[in-house]
Design a protein around this ligand. Sequence first.
Ligand code: EPU
Length: 419
Amino acid sequence: MDRFVVRAGRPLEGEVTVSGAKNAALKQMAASLLARGRTVLRNVPEIADVAVMAEVLEAIGATVTRPEPAVLLIDVPDEIVPEAPYDLVTRMRASINVLGPLLGRCGRARVALPGGDNIGRRKLDMHFRGLEAMGASFVRRHGFIEATTPGLIGARTVLDFPSVGATENILTAAVLAEGTTIIENAAREPEIVDLAEFLIRMGATILGAGSPTITVVGVSELTPIEHEVVGDRIEAGTFLMACGIAGGEVEINGTRLEHLDLVVMKLGEMGLKVSPTAHGLWARSDGRLSAVDIATLPFPGFGTDFMPLAVTLLAVAQGTAIVTENVFDGRFGFVDELLRLGADIHTEGRHAVVRGVDRLSGAPVRALDVRAGAALVLAGLAADGETVVHDPYHVDRGYVNLAAKLASLGADVHRTTSP
Ligand code: EPU
């Protein structure tokens, strides 16, 4: 049976390099549909979700090859089939990111509606409203969303929340629309900035990516390019938290301090020393960290994807912390697994009260989603005995060799794979 097996060991020590960001690579793969010809993406993480997005693109008519582990060649023909099938969309919600590019390029799209999710409700109303303002019509039929437009026309949209996915779908539809689109209250995540840079180099006109107002002036055609995907700040944050949990001194290459400002600030308040290096970040933990309260918010706030990792760190910190989850409404499911390891956490709605304990106690647990799974692996670094994390495929969706990278820092972690 596949699983992670973790034992607490000596403090971490050494250097590790993060891979390209999952949530940037997937969106750029979808946006490659906007241009006929060959897009070359470098620094693409070798993870399960990238393989699923490659299948989505192939179902649409593109050819995707991987000549080297971190390089993807995406060949998009003149004729494509603007449809994302159910079996792929249910395997990965980010498949919905083909909606904007397909509408922009083909004027129609048929995308299966994703179903439930382990981290809470994930509505799509803002995606639809923004695209409707630009002249798209949507019909739900047989589990699919069917979108058509006689031609997208630029419009102003005010998002009621800075949704990452809605910002991306509206942005990727707007680049080929007629006239000017303005997205107010846009998401500001570094992955949005990387997507905008990718599109600008393809010939799009985009102003303000990374700020709350993005302005897009439509162009008639885009040209495929070669692009290097930004480093994965969530993976970098995972190694920072691992250092906080296991102790030690690490260098994390391939990331940038400005992508992790608030995470670094909170970890600093807890007692972890972090500073920038030429290639990323250096961190050292000299002992048990102290509890601080955390509330998740869209970027540049404390990202929701760091929350399960932070709860794990707080579970073994000195003192009591209140953690508030403001982005997803069901993201504390993993806490039951931490309780199996002896954590002292009480959840109520969007809040968790985390009382730090000296040590956790190894046990079998189950990964519920990618970040919660990684958090349980880290929990094992502070648990007596053996922690076995089942369903590791959730973690494989977002991390390249998490076990091997932690082991390279001296952690006692391995992943077993069934024959
Ligand atoms: N929302 C709506 N209506 C919409 C869109 C979103 O109500 O039309 C709500 C959602 O229900 C949620 C909140 O807005 O409560 C935030 O959703 P958002 O659209 O920002 O998230 P997403 O695009 O679905 C991406 C990442 C997530 C990450 C969030 C927040 C990808 C593939 N996923 O999701 O990453 O947690 O942004 O930063 O980019 C992960 O990598 O494991 C992951 C879950």
